[in-house]
Design a protein. Sequence first.
Length: 172
Amino acid sequence: MASAEDGYASAPATSRTAGRPLTVEDIKRDREVDAYVTKADEYTRAIGYTEHGVRHASLVANIAGNVLRRLDPEERAVDLAAIAGYLHDIGNVVGRVNHEHTGAVLAGRVLARLGMDPVEMAIVMGAIGNHEEETVSRSARWGRRSSSRTRWTCTGRGSATPIRRRSISTIA
């Protein structure tokens, strides 16, 4: 986990958040986010997927926060995981294919407008952009799968780099 010296443990205050870092509750109250989540749910239902609306986004946000709370005691990491979890499927508003990439870009735009620190934005966007297992396996295609079911080992140039299959580990 990065520390305050790395630049993301203390987000700048914005008028939108009244002197405190952006939280998942701020994200949930945002009209643009609400529109993306609502329409993404409508569109995914139309093509036969189960509910991907506010209930799903809130559930994933809670689970992501709980997972990070176990991996990293820093509360800001927990907040970023929850934010990424809530926003993870907003790319479905554009289309199901590569929705993780579209969602990362949409989330970056929203987070910038809300005044999130750029390093924190990059962390959240990375988690969203890598939340589909196909994305992780494509990124590891030049490597080999390790014996662990929860890690990929990339063996490109330089030493092997472990990558957890679940994108939330990009925050830890």
